[in-house]
Ligand binder design. Structure first.
Ligand SMILES: Nc1ncnc2c1ncn2[C@@H]1O[C@H](COP(=O)(O)OP(=O)(O)O)[C@@H](O)[C@H]1O
Ligand SMILES: [Mg+2]
Length: 265
């Protein structure tokens, strides 16, 4: 049996999806876990944030269209135990091409599932674009679970129902009836304001145990790291951001270990 595939998803941009993918991967890598990051966002922020150049033809898109993952698409990074399937810029057209395929929601799934089954990764993290478009739907269709990063701001509360409806949409469409909500990660917590506290409290009230105990603080070092092509663990190993994501990685790994796989329907 292969690793669980986990989509890091939220239809909103700027909530910390990519930061979470990069940081969580790096911290799991530190713990000796083997991680594959799949960058499904044409913005390719996870790719460049892990220090890889963005190359034309070096992403999952070709495989999504052909059904065949070419040798060399999976790349090693300078981060311990972290590999990447990169993304590339300028792929606005990819969605249209994918939409033309038969069972177009399964294009990522049909490549990733066999890949994961024959490799020894412990976790596969899929960075989704900030939309509910075809790429995100493909990511969610290929995934066993979904982690939703949520920014500690007022508008987060409005997004709560969207998460539930997204999950239901993917399940009921038949594309992936077994998709689970693994957890909600509160990000960019600002300890100087009451608002952050209030938002976390309200999200916990709504989703209870689904909200991870770890809360990621707002930390400028986290926002600087991508321009150096480094995860926070390498850029500033002792920063509050690095500490928080290390904490999260332990919580995440533990919670993943206790998930019983859904019985395929
Ligand atoms: N905890 C944090 N503290 C400070 N800045 C953050 C934090 N998390 C993310 N950022 C910054 O906020 C912006 C949006 O984050 P990002 O992870 O790219 O979001 P998304 O992938 O959801 O669009 C980026 O510039 C990122 O560096
Ligand atoms: Mg992103």
């Amino acid at each position: 049996m292969g690793a669980r595939i986990i989509a890091i998803a939220n239809q909103k941009g700027g909530v910390g999806k990519t930061t979470t993918v990069i940081s969580l991967a790096a911290c799991l890598g530190e713990l000796g876990r083997k991680v594959l990051v799949v960058d499904l966002d044409p913005q390719a922020n996870a790719t460049s944030g892990l220090g890889l150049p963005i190359k034309e033809g070096g992403s999952l898109y070709e495989a999504m269209l052909s059904g065949v993952l070419k040798e060399g698409v999976i790349r090693e990074t300078t981060v311990n135990n972290v590999h990447v399937v990169p993304s590339e810029l300028d792929l606005a057209g990819a969605e249209i091409e994918i939409a033309r395929q038969d069972s177009y929601l399964h294009c990522a799934s049909r490549v990733l599932k066999p890949l994961v089954a024959r490799s020894d990764y412990d976790f596969v993290l899929v960075d989704c674009p900030p939309s509910l478009g075809i790429l995100t739907m493909n990511g969610l269709t290929a995934s066993d679970g979904m982690v939703v990063p949520m920014q500690c701001e007022y508008y987060a509360l409005e997004g709560l129902s969207v998460i539930t409806s997204l999950l239901n949409r993917v399940r009921k469409s038949g594309a992936n009836p077994n998709l689970q909500l693994d957890g909600i990660l509160m990000t960019m917590f600002d300890s100087r304001t009451n608002l952050s506290e209030q938002v976390v409290a309200e999200v916990r009230e709504h989703f209870g145990e689904k909200v991870y105990r770890t809360v990621i603080p707002r930390n400028v070092r986290l926002s600087e790291a991508p321009s150096y092509g480094q995860p926070i663990t390498l850029y500033d190993s002792f920063s509050p951001g690095a500490r928080a994501y290390r904490f999260f990685a332990r919580e995440f790994a533990k919670s993943q270990a206790s998930i019983t796989p859904a019985i395929p329907s």
